[in-house]
Every structure is written in structure tokens, then in C-alpha cells.
Write a protein of this length. Sequence first.
Length: 306
Amino acid sequence: MLPAWKHRRQVKAPSGLRPLVILLLTLRLLSQTAAAQHVLVAEDGGQLFLVCGANGAIPLVQKEGKVVPITPHGFALREVPEFAPIFVTVRNVNVVVSHASTQAGEGEFNNDFHFDAEFECDRRLTDVFVVLALDSERAGKTLFLWEVGTLEPSRVKAVSIVAPMGSPMGFGHYNVHLFSGGAEVMQSLLPFGESEMAMNRMVASRIKGVHDASPRFFVGPSPAYPPQLKKANLKGQAVVSVRIGANGEVYEPKVKTATDPAFGEAALRAVRLWRFIPKVKDGYPVETKVDVPIVFTQPNPVANNR
């Protein structure tokens, strides 16, 4: 089930104010799908171009060998075979729908969708942008693009987005798509069933034709540094014992050792969400057991989007 917004914020504006101009990117949608992995394409001059970055709410596309900004006539999410095998943790999500109306009741304007969240990845990602797919009872379906920029390794980045809408939205739901350089990445807001099916396909493609191979980590979130230990500024480690299934899923993870119980619990929470490329023997994936060592260091502070 997709997350829904339930709370609305309304303010009164003085009588006689005119509605503000709505940003271009709340445009009509081209045909789109709501699930699976995607690329974002934008229409310009009757042609579709892959969106590979953003400057604020302006899409950047490859055109005649150059990356250039365009003013699109519409967006579409087009399905592709795989996500990029990168995981981004999205935390502290806050969503609010707001609108303003005149005191005299002459009309409503400044109908906005507010999305605030923190993003974190264990590797450096560039040209990161987010696409909010909104589906409301009154405004219908809309895609909204916004630049995230660069994610530095293990550095939390706070992002605040205000998507202006052409009319009051009412109740509805939203989906979050996160891209780096035009490729959609795995992230913690993906619906569970969707991410599981995608993982199964991606793992199967990587062991096809393999005769013998040891198991290896594939994708998953980095363990979060325990907040109760931040003041002590401790380095720590934990070892988690796991059973890796023939499909790469993690079963029965257990903390084997930890320099502090909090490090063990943090490691366990992350490893439960990991996926491995399984051990392959004589051309077949097989179950195996491994010990996973994890080292904790004090994280960098939160960085703002701008």
C-alpha cells in the first residue's frame, strides 16, 4: 500500500489577492505506471528525452551529446528491467498538504504538497533527484521533480520540497522515486512486495551461467549509528551470523559478538534488510551460513539540501 496524506493545513489570506502562477512541472502526465523500476523521460518538441539530473525543478536531459535544461511538455515514468543496485535510506519523512483561501471565500490558491525527509547512502551519489508521484481525489495524477544534488557517503542530507498544485488535492496517496544520473535506485520507501520482486529478478540475473561462486553482499542499508552512543563518540563493531538462502535472502540473523549491545541491535536491524548474491555450487544456488562483520564510526552531521 502506498503512503497517504491525511492532514491538511489551511490558512486564510486577505481578500483580493490573486492566485500565484503554478510552476510548469505540475503538467499533464504522459502515460505512466505506478510500480516497478523506472527511468524518467520528458517530452520536448515532440521527442522523449531521458532525465539524467535536475536543477531545482528543471529537468536536465542529454540532447545532441550535451546535458541541457529543458522546459518539458510532460513527464512519464517508463519501466526498465532493473533498479541500480544502490540502497538509500530515507528517514524522518513528513508530508503535509496545505492550501490558502481568501477571507471572503472568493477562491483557493497556493495549494501545495510539502515533502520533508532525510536521505543517507553508504557511497557517493551524484546528480540525485527525487520524483513524487501524487494521486489525489481532486487533482488526479501528477509527477513532480526536484533536485537532491550529491549524497556523500554516510552523510545525512535533509531535503525539503514544496510542490505547487493547480487545485486543492483532497485526500490521496503518493509514491517516491529516487534517481542518480537517470537510474532509479533502491530506497527504504519502496513498497515491500515491489522491492522483493525486483531483488529476486536482479539476483537471478547475476548468477545465470555461473558454475561456482562464494556468496557476496549485494545491496542493503548501512547500519545506523546508535543514537544513545553519539555523545560518547565511540567506535564499535559487531558480528552478525546469518543464513543466506538460495535466493540471497537473509534468514535467522543473530548477533554473535558486539562491543556494545546497541551496536549489535543496530547491525541486526540493517542486516535483516540486506540481500546477497547466493553461493553457487555446480551451477545451482545453494544455502550457506556466514558471519558478517560490521564497523561503526560516528556519522557526519545532517546537511541541508542547499
